[in-house]
Design a protein around this ligand. Structure first.
Ligand SMILES: [Ca+2]
Ligand SMILES: [Ca+2]
Ligand SMILES: [Ca+2]
Ligand SMILES: [Ca+2]
Length: 532
């Protein structure tokens, strides 16, 4: 039964759009046939580093050096006084090298370069993952695979918890005992060991011990999304996710044969994910009705340093309505590109779109330990942004969600009309560009949304979001109206949404946000103009 506020997932655009390639487990026995496209990045041994000391060390000194840096000595090249070490498992070479270079005993530390392409996972289907190479993931993997303390909540149809490429990737609520129908950690949810089922009557384990895919009847949508974010890398099976070092929280908010869910369940899923330590929320779902419940849940998540990626919608060629939660000010709205880098015709385009990511013919995990290619939708694009956000949370300890969002807005290749446009947003996400973007400072004020110069459709929600400024006690928004008057609002939070009941006359607006210190002095400001 369809109710107000019900959300339909924006998954595969059409079933006919699916090529239906099912890559069975048999394929796993094929030899690795390709190393992926060489993106020009330097390549090196994945676990070795080479070190030269300022003074030739004794055996004891080498041993103590290795111990202090968690290295395993492999061999020395005495002619040139270079020592070869293995770094500890889970660390990346680039990171280790930077750390070693800061040791006062070291003359240089560098990767053990090889002549092949850059770091390539041994997952046999990696060569079919055009999405990963197109946006330069191997370049990021040289630096960071993701930290297990970073959790991505997948608000979707559930996750196949037994999928061999996902089973080691799941967030575990270690204070909860699964399967005893009891809320052992007292967080209000029984048996929420890997997540919780807000769409069904029960929770994952109790929906049938033999059925690890509780009512994931919508063809495994959440499982596919999850694989893109964090399928296990280098396990010699299947695919690699974008951030294989992070953990996936299964927050099931969509169910049934329609893959639908209610705003209430989605909102509770958002607060659950926030309260239980998720840094990133992926919402490959949407609908055209605005929900203040969802809005407030996302505000709660944003206030608690959670980054939210949401699908722009798949109606770009069928009416192109604005969809929520993507259009809320707290979500980064994601459109879909194909392997040629063009925007998919189905990808919804509007003033809220922020970035584009691969979302046509995507190969990922599906229930039953299987893999499927040929999936298309902004649902498939969104996890590419969530995965990148997870890598950023892993790379920068203490990074804030607005910094993640700002870096993702800047870490792009501009496509379509120059600058921001409603088809690609700021552009398509790109790892080398992300890595070249410096961490934004909170000494300046940057209005993160809306983009300058856009036009709000009359029926949409005009909203503003900027970064919290260091030392700011309040913010003053001054809007110059098309009528010539001004409208001033003071607020303590770094965002403002024009209430739907406020009628904004058509015309051009200029909005300045000032950060003010406790004595009212202006310490930073930014201005955008837009039309309505
Ligand atoms: Ca519990
Ligand atoms: Ca329990
Ligand atoms: Ca794998
Ligand atoms: Ca553009």
């Amino acid at each position: 039964m369809l109710c107000h506020g019900q959300r339909r997932i924006t998954g595969m655009k059409t079933m006919k759009g699916r090529i239906g390639i099912v890559l069975f487990a048999l394929l796993l026995t094929l030899p690795m046939m390709a190393f992926g496209a060489d993106d020009g990045a330097s390549s090196y041994h994945v676990s070795r580093v080479l070190v030269k000391f300022k003074q030739v060390p004794s055996q004891d000194e080498v041993r103590s050096f290795a111990l202090s840096h968690r290295l395993r000595f492999e061999r020395a090249i005495p002619e040139i006084d270079v020592f070869c070490f293995h770094i500890s498992r889970g660390e990346r070479v680039a990171k280790a090298v930077r750390r070693l270079a800061r040791d006062g005993r070291v003359e240089f530390a560098e990767p053990d370069y090889i002549r092949f392409a850059t770091y390539t996972p041994n997952d046999p289907m990696f060569s079919s993952q055009w999405d990963m190479t197109r946006i330069g993931l191997p370049t990021y993997w040289d630096l960071e695979l993701g930290d297990p303390s970073v959790v991505v909540a997948v608000l979707d149809t559930g996750i196949d918890l037994d999928h061999p490429d996902l089973i080691n990737q799941l967030w575990v609520n270690s204070d909860e005992t699964p399967g005893d129908n009891d809320d052992d950690d007292g967080n209000g949810y029984n048996d929420d060991y890997n997540g919780y089922d807000f769409a069904g009557d029960g929770w994952f384990p109790s929906e049938g011990a033999e059925d690890p895919i509780p009512d994931d009847t919508y063809v495994g949508h959440g499982t596919h999304v999850s694989g893109t974010i964090a399928a296990e890398q280098d396990n010699e099976i299947g695919i690699s996710g974008e951030a294989p070092g992070v953990k996936l929280m299964a927050v099931r908010v969509l169910g049934g044969k329609l893959g639908a869910g209610f705003s209430s369940d989605i909102a509770e899923g958002i607060t659950y994910a926030t309260d239980n330590g998720a840094s990133v929320i992926n919402m490959s779902l949407g609908g055209t009705a605005k929900s203040l419940t969802e809005y407030n849940a996302l505000k709660y998540a944003w206030d608690n340093n959670v980054f939210i990626a949401a699908a722009a919608g798949n109606s770009g060629d069928s009416g192109n309505p604005i969809e929520y939660p993507a259009a809320y000010v707290f979500s980064m709205s994601v459109g879909a590109i194909d392997s040629a880098g063009n925007i998919a015709t189905f990808s919804s385009h509007n003033e809220f779109l922020e970035v584009a990511a691969p979302g046509v013919n995507i190969l990922s995990t599906v229930p039953g330990g299987l893999y499927e290619g040929g999936w298309s939708g902004t649902s498939m694009a969104t996890p590419h942004v969530a995965g990148l956000a997870a890598l950023l949370y892993s790379t920068y300890t203490g990074i804030e969600n607005w910094q993640v969002r700002s870096i993702l807005q800047k870490g792009i290749i501009d496509r379509g009309a120059a600058g921001w446009d409603e088809y690609f947003g700021y552009g398509r996400v790109d790892c080398p560009q992300i890595l070249a973007t410096t961490l934004p400072s909170d000494n300046v004020l940057d209005i993160l949304t809306p983009p300058n110069g856009i036009k709000f459709r009359t029926e949409s929600l005009a909203a503003f979001l900027w970064n919290p400024v260091a030392g700011a006690a309040s913010y003053r928004i001054t809007a110059t109206l098309p009528t010539g008057g001004t409208y001033v609002i003071d607020t303590n939070v770094p965002y403002y949404t024009v209430h739907p009941s406020q009628k904004m006359p058509a015309g051009t607006y200029s909005v300045t946000v000032q950060a003010r210190n406790a004595s009212g002095g202006v310490i930073a400001s930014d201005t955008v103009s837009f039309r309505r």
